[in-house]
Design a protein around this ligand. Structure first.
Ligand code: PMV
Length: 329
């Protein structure tokens, strides 16, 4: 049995948003989502099961993890230990090459890499769907980062509490880019789980969102398969802003936007008026991510860099699946 493994996973950005859970315990999504896995950004996670450890030792970006982060990592490791029939604790070291926990999908690539490295290190010969289901239990968007290219995470369950993401089209299906306008390097104030649970409890628009989201997903999916960028961008912007509208109507409101977010949204509209195909999506953080044709990425990045408050841009291109390798103990 191998005891040490290292995995690399990429973040993904949803164009049809997941926002809302059937219930917190199973972490099954209430709505279907569709994302693009990106290259250009990655999380690398090494997991070493070590009988000498009294407890899991978790390091994130070179520093000991907070108690809350370490608990989420141990919850995933506990599932792996239960499946492998072992009680051995693990040393986990995870590094992101992009801002952590600020709505830049670090939990997606983080839990995808952790699920893959931990199952391999524990000697479990699981297929990608099973690893995706494991990652989903920690962060639903992480289920999608197991796969490359365009990926669907359906709503509900496929088996008894089982739900895995499914690859829809490979990375080379379409030459598009997602230009991330980085607004802050710091952590967001309200995490996605807290944000969606608060919306479910208090937003009068939550039920409307859950009812409307499947049609938005269907529109995004059809536009993607038809390689119709204007239809995809329009549908993706609608999904993202409807998700934020749901949380803005919560009591009190969850506001992920900062002034730079609105300035960036305005810039995207200006680009469209100037004839550049550019559409925005926003997750549980202040960054605006701009969908455009691959050939327009440099021009879009330049325009977004000029927006006051944008620190820098990252040009995300369609990226590959998460990968894992065994390491010598
Ligand atoms: O996977 P979580 O629990 O971090 O939630 C992700 C939620 C959004 O990023 C806002 C939307 C999505 O589908 O990725």
């Amino acid at each position: 049995m191998t005891h040490v493994a290292r995995a690399i996973a990429h973040p993904n950005i949803a164009l049809a948003k997941y926002w809302g859970k059937l219930d917190v315990a199973t972490n099954l999504p209430a709505v279907p989502s569709l994302s693009l896995t990106l290259d250009g950004m990655s999380t690398t996670t090494a997991v070493a099961f070590d009988p000498a450890l009294a407890a899991d030792a978790v390091e994130l970006n070179g520093a000991p993890a907070s108690r809350a982060d370490a608990a989420r990592v141990s919850a995933l490791l506990d599932r792996v230990r239960a499946a492998a029939g072992t009680g051995v604790r693990a040393r986990v070291a995870s590094e992101n090459d992009f801002p952590t926990a600020s709505g830049l999908a670090s939990s997606a690539s983080g839990f995808a890499a952790l699920a893959l490295a931990a199952t391999r290190a524990a000697g479990l010969a699981w297929d990608a769907a099973r690893v995706s289901d494991l990652a989903r239990r920690s962060s639903a968007s992480a289920a999608r980062s197991i796969f490359g290219g365009w990926v669907v995470l359906p709503a509900g369950r496929q088996g008894e509490d089982f739900l895995a993401a499914e690859p829809l089209a490979p990375a080379d299906h379409w030459d598009v880019a997602l230009v991330v306008a980085v607004a802050t390097e710091g952590p967001k104030e309200t995490g996605s789980t807290g944000g969606m649970q608060h919306a479910a409890r208090t937003s009068p628009y939550y039920a409307a969102w859950v009812e409307a989201a499947p049609a938005m997903f269907t529109r995004v999916r059809a536009a993607l398969l038809a390689r119709d960028l204007e239809a995809l961008g329009t549908a993706a912007e609608h999904s993202a802003l409807a998700m934020h509208a749901c949380s803005l109507a919560a009591d009190p409101a969850t506001l992920y936007f900062q002034p730079v977010t609105l300035a960036a949204l305005a810039r995207v509209r200006e680009l469209r008026r100037a004839g550049v195909g550019a559409w925005a999506t926003i997750d549980a953080g202040p960054h605006v991510k701009v969908l455009c044709a691959g050939g327009d990425a440099a021009r879009v990045a330049e325009a977004m860099c000029e927006v006051p408050g944008v620190l820098r841009t990252i040009e995300g291109r369609p990226g590959g699946a998460a990968v894992v390798e065994d390491l010598a103990p």
